[in-house]
Design a protein around this ligand. Structure first.
Ligand SMILES: Nc1ncnc2c1ncn2[C@@H]1O[C@H](COP(=O)(O)OP(=O)(O)OP(=O)(O)O)[C@@H](O)[C@H]1O
Length: 329
């Protein structure tokens, strides 16, 4: 188990990571979502023992991970970090890139394990090509295969889904599931887009300005975000002042200026609901996203499968009390 306690790191006067505590359990996948500059990469480097913390520490199974200033070779054998740039050896094949990670093992085991990894990461067909002859997704998987070759206890990944198309994202998703479930690896990835994080992770954290502002099951963070930032980072959302809920007939609003969040899928088209006018219609494949004006000040986004709606149509909108989530800030 990897346990970070009160990790803090500044670059000059800029606090990049602030007092972050986090536990990565074996066989569990954790995702941290944050905007650009929120401290994701810095935190990964601290967790991997590749950067010195100003305060706090990281322990693997109760033993403190030493930072680069304390050891000759930074990092830890049981913790692997897959960088965004993959950092593959450019002049040797995919197979040799993976095999290099196992250079201290006996040849027969090395060959067996490399074949196993190439198959697992779906690289068998491109194993003889060098990195510049393979796609971004294949590079990504080569980096992962290399990182997991000798079965580390912890795998950390920087934006593993960000430059991949859907089929490649699904391959990486399945790979992470496989690692967590079969090898009991603790996996953590950071991302600026929660789309994949929601479906892949067991635990989801929200990082803002170096602080871990929320941590929980993806469904809880999605439905009950602590702040407007956490709400926006986890998916499309409507945020409005509580006083405007009166448009839906809600009368028990205590603090009118407090912000509430409504996910688009929780708002329903309903002829008996609050009157609204359609402002925009976006086709999304399986459904439409529509934007409606309820008043001069309130417009909302909602989802529907109806395909008879057009800009300017008058519709009714309804909402259940339990769909309204009050934000803290
Ligand atoms: N070596 C450095 N020297 C000075 N400032 C740095 C250094 N590395 C990062 N920073 C700053 O620290 C903050 C956090 O950076 P970090 O790279 O950890 O964020 P990030 O969430 O990974 O961003 P991105 O998603 O854009 O990669 C940013 O404001 C960044 O400019």
């Amino acid at each position: 188990m990897l346990k970070a306690t009160n990790l803090t790191k500044a670059y000059g006067s800029l606090a990049a990571v602030r007092n972050v505590s986090l536990t990565l359990e074996p066989g569990r996948i954790t995702a941290l979502v944050g905007a650009s500059g929120s401290g994701k990469s810095t935190l990964l480097n601290l967790l991997a023992g590749l950067a010195d913390a100003d305060a706090g520490d990281v322990q693997l199974n109760g033993k403190r991970i030493e930072g680069p200033s304390e050891v000759l070779v930074p990092g830890h054998d049981d913790i692997r970090l897959v960088h965004q740039e993959y950092q593959l050896m450019p002049n040797v094949s995919v197979r040799e890139n993976v095999s290099y990670a196992l250079r201290f093992f006996e040849k027969s085991y090395r060959d067996f394990r490399v074949n196993q990894l190439l198959k697992l990461c779906r690289l068998t067909d491109v194993q003889d090509r060098i990195p510049r002859q393979i796609s971004g997704g294949e590079k990504q998987r080569t980096a992962i295969a290399r990182a997991i070759a000798d079965k580390p206890a912890v795998l950390l990944l920087d934006e593993p889904f960000s430059h991949l198309d859907l089929p490649n994202r699904l391959i990486v998703r399945d790979l992470l599931f496989d690692l967590a479930h079969h090898d009991n690896t603790s996996c953590l990835f950071v991302t600026h887009d929660a789309t994949d994080a929601l479906s892949v992770a067991h635990t989801l954290g929200i990082l803002r300005d170096g602080k871990l502002i929320q941590l929980g099951a993806p469904v809880d963070v999605y439905r009950q975000p602590s702040t407007a930032y956490a709400a926006h980072m986890t998916g499309p959302v409507n945020i409005l002042k509580a006083k405007y809920l009166s448009l839906f007939g809600f009368t028990d609003v205590t603090i009118p200026d407090e912000l509430v969040c409504l996910r688009p899928e929780q708002i329903k088209l309903d002829n008996t609901g609050a009157p609204a006018i359609i402002k925009a219609v976006y086709f999304k494949g399986s459904h439409y996203e529509i934007e409606v004006n309820l008043s001069r000040y309130v417009s909302l986004r909602l989802l529907t499968t109806r395909d008879d709606l057009e800009v300017g149509h008058h519709v009714g909108i309804s909402l259940k009390t339990e769909s309204v989530w009050q934000l803290k800030g």
